[in-house]
Write a protein that binds this ligand. Sequence first.
Ligand code: C2O
Length: 555
Amino acid sequence: VTTRHYKFNIQMSKVTRLCHTKSMVTVNGKFPGPRIMAREGDRLLIEVVNHVPNNISIHWHGIRQLRSGWADGPAYVTQCPIQTGQSYLYNFTVDGQRGTLWWHAHISWLRSTVYGPLIILPKKGVLYPFTKPYKEVPIIFGEWFNGDPEAIISQALQTGGGPNVSDSYTINGLPGPLYNCSAKALNLTQLCFYLTDTFKLNVKPGKIYLLRLINAALNDELFFSIANHSLTVVEADAIYIKPFETETILITPGQTTNVLLKTKSKIPNANFLMAARPYVTGQGTFDNSTVAGILEYSKSPKKLPLFKPSLPALNDTAYATNFTNKIRSLATVQYPANVPLKVDKRFFFTIGLGTSPCDQQNGTCQGPNGTRFSATVNNISFVQPNTALLQSHYSGQSNGIYSPDFPISPLKWFNYTGSPPNNTMVNNGTKLVVLPFNTSAEVIMQDTSILGAESHPLHLHGFNFFVVGQGFGNYDPNKDPKKFNLVDPIERNTIGVPSGGWIAIRFLADNPGVWFMHCHLEVHTSWGLKMAWLVLDGKLPNQKLLPPPKDLPKC
Ligand code: C2O
């Protein structure tokens, strides 16, 4: 086993974007953070040292953490945060996985500046199931706030409303050419070049590039396209898929997508914009601006015409659905889709918004009728404990920390996508679903129209799941399962529950530990759209969670 060592110094650094300089939390002074590279089967040792006033923890998004749940990272779920002046060694093996993943801070809104790519190459000598690319390029989408995102969210939570939108999306940390310091934001039709802040991809003609796309944005699903070039999608969430060609991809926060870009056979007399902008289904707060980078074939000093991509409309659900439906597992002998065919336990989760009583002390609440916004799974808004769930489970001291009674279905039936019930108040609690080792689980996630239907990118830690079905309206337990795809469904770790619709996922609970599941829109996570699974140890020695490391942080 090859061991790879990394050191993450969490430090304050001055960064300038959009003409604003601010001191912000970074890893090793970099924004975005450093790239982690490994091969399937490698052991990663990442020492995280906290030099900032904030508490920190890091999550390795999409890494299964087989039996090594202590290294998963969500604060107050698998570990207490790393406090100022302290350090923690994340120690895990990348077992049976390869592809594009990423890492990010997993505490309050620090992931807005603390994130980076995590790229796992196949084992030595193992080829990709597609043409060998000439070059590989990570492209990570994010958001830039001129202000301090931590202050923005705490202000929003105090008033019970939505946070301010970010000031720009970014590509590899850069906000793009659609902005200049004197004229402020520009749009695609009045292009003006201030290229210092723009991501540029310089390519050679007649080659194939592998773009590793990662959506690290806080609150928006994104459409992405490159003018006059089509993209071949080959991988999603580090799982090979049946390749298909498209002009535009959709990527939700938390997801990763690999595409092949075939460059023109001769150097063209033009440059090409690549652009991303959101797919928006709710009515909440969002940034509807576009971020762009430039695909250039030569660094010629003369001004070349610039072609612009056309992106679907902000609310183009038909495009989004059609795109999602095309993603299918490779399902070959070498890369099988091991969908659980029998189901031991079925769950029906309503996913959506709701309201909570206002705490008048903090000023006017911004939810409907003077309430504050909340978000729930089965009408339960998750309350963060003051110690880590996995630690309290392991030490047998879970009393008063969590209860193992998360409901398997909503407590009250209602017409989920019809008119919402009169009472939109949510319940609060720290509840877990307990699953015996190797339980095969099926979960239907049903979006509700409470305070408006909206697409929610749900992310599960510790597992990949198979998306066996999806549809609009209310899930019908008599009809819909007949249409489930058990042959080549996509296997992934983050999936958009469609606005006003449902998805069905299956996974095998073969990884003991406490595993977080939440909406990857940060504002919804903050409002409580999260819950956790507790998977018990199996009987055999290799079915048990490893003991906690000695340096595991304390609360
Ligand atoms: Cu990428 Cu729990 O998150």
